[in-house]
Design a protein around this ligand. Structure first.
Ligand SMILES: *Cc1c(COP(=O)(O)O)cnc(C)c1O
Length: 425
């Protein structure tokens, strides 16, 4: 579900007209729907209600502290990948005992911060990291728990930059080495290695890779238990599909139907780290058409947002549905699909103002006729949108707006030129 719908030809975020937000805050602007991300969290909570589950929202997908606070209040824990994300989560009021920490390159300073905060679990990505964690844990007298991230060698069939569970990636240890590692670190007295972590990477369109990953992880867990290791939890990571195109990915209930029965009755706590499946379609990027132009037989729509605001189309060749905020008769989109092409639309490239050929949002895409001054919505931009924004071309980062029912508020102001140079003074 998402709460971005057209009413009488104008796009609304919940009960707020998107045009009103653009008029008040300017463009480009990220707009989030609170009802949407809370609905996604609640659906996950319900889907796994009959097994012991901790849902740790992945902060890197969208880390605005106001959004984290809402998710925390609704019962989410957090998955972090840096000291900065730990800081954000704590600023949002998160309970450290519901925070798990992943990442192949944790620094000593970051590890110490997390130890001192008392987080629930470190997701360990290599033997060298485990050795370092044991050392720091002893040095600071802060015993902790850890999950070993194993690489199940399963390819969910997505883009190579977001596939993390195959043999060739930098993440995790090969599943064949796990037993040996558990054996050698059994009595270290500092780090309780008591869980298995797998994370396939993002965007698979079926539940099959996840079911196979659970099966492989459970085989490993049974073997470890048979050798006397106490394994308390299985962390399945994130990567669950998000609705970039209408109705092309499994729902939380679909995943749970495949996963939960395999876990049930095994005395295992399930940890999930959903990011984009919670927040992706809870956010849109609103941008204004600056110019239209035709060169040869190509039509360009040049907008005031650029790849510094939303880099996913360039970085992942990602599809984002783009449509005008106000549409004429016959142009209200019934589905958000790559092939949507109502009669009277025009094939265009939607591009940004940045001095890079790669600065595009869509290529050869059908769009209703638009002109200078029109607003466009880039849908499903809530995940890895603002969090990947930069100041490239000395462009101030856009504001973030949170909609709740009939009201909206700015939860991050637009950067100013002064913000651009402040750290240089
Ligand atoms: C990025 C990441 C996630 C979240 O992935 P999504 O595709 O946003 O669900 C979860 N766990 C780990 C370890 C990650 O690196």
């Amino acid at each position: 579900m998402d709460a971005f719908q057209y009413r009488h030809g104008a796009l609304f975020a919940e009960a707020v007209g998107v045009e009103n937000i653009a008029a008040a805050v300017g463009t480009p602007v990220y707009v989030y729907s609170q009802a949407t991300f809370l609905d996604h969290l609640a659906k996950n909570q319900r889907a796994y209600a009959d097994i012991d589950t901790l849902i740790c929202y992945s902060v890197k997908a969208c880390g605005n502290i106001h959004i984290l606070r809402r998710l925390h209040e609704a019962g989410a824990g957090f998955d972090i990948v840096s000291g900065g994300e730990l800081f954000r989560a704590r600023r949002a009021g998160a309970d450290p005992s519901r925070i798990v920490y992943a990442g192949a390159g944790k620094t000593d300073a970051e590890i110490i911060e997390a130890l001192q905060a008392g987080i629930a679990c470190f997701n360990i990505e290599s033997e060298a990291e485990l050795e370092n964690l044991v050392r720091l844990t002893r040095l600071h007298n802060r015993p902790t728990r850890a999950a070993l991230r194993v690489n199940p060698d399963i390819d969910p069939g997505t883009h190579r930059h977001i596939t993390t569970g195959t043999r060739e990636t930098k993440f995790g240890v090969q599943i064949e080495h796990a037993v040996d590692l558990f054996h050698r670190y059994r009595d270290n007295g500092a780090v309780d290695l008591c869980a298995i972590h797998v994370h396939l990477g993002s965007g698979g369109k079926t539940i099959d890779p996840y079911v196979r990953a659970v099966e492989r992880a459970l085989t490993l867990i049974e073997e470890l238990r048979a050798r006397g290791h106490r394994i308390e939890a299985l962390n399945l990571g994130g990567g669950y599909g998000a609705d970039y195109e209408s109705k092309t990915v499994p729902t939380a209930a679909d995943y749970a139907a495949g996963i939960a029965p395999l876990i049930k009755g095994r005395g295992l706590r399930l940890i999930l780290e959903p990011g984009k499946s919670i927040i992706a379609n809870a956010g849109i990027l609103i941008t204004r058409v600056l110019y239209t132009k035709t060169t040869g037989d190509k039509h360009f729509v040049i907008v005031d947002a650029g790849m510094n605001d939303l880099i996913r189309p360039v970085l992942y060749e990602a599809f984002h549905f783009i449509w005008p905020v106000r549409v004429g008769e016959g142009f209200v989109p019934t589905v958000r699909r790559q092939d949507l092409c109502p009669e009277g639309s025009r094939i265009v490239d939607v591009v940004g103002p940045i001095c890079e050929g790669a600065d595009f949002f869509a290529r050869d895409r059908a769009l209703p006729p638009v002109e200078r001054g029109d607003l466009l919505a880039v849908f499903t931009a809530g995940a890895y949108g603002f969090t990947m924004a930069s100041n490239y071309n000395a462009r101030p980062m856009p504001p973030e707006v949170l909609v709740d029912g009939e009201s909206f508020r700015v939860i991050r102001r637009r950067q100013t030129y002064e913000d651009l140079v402040a750290p240089e003074l």
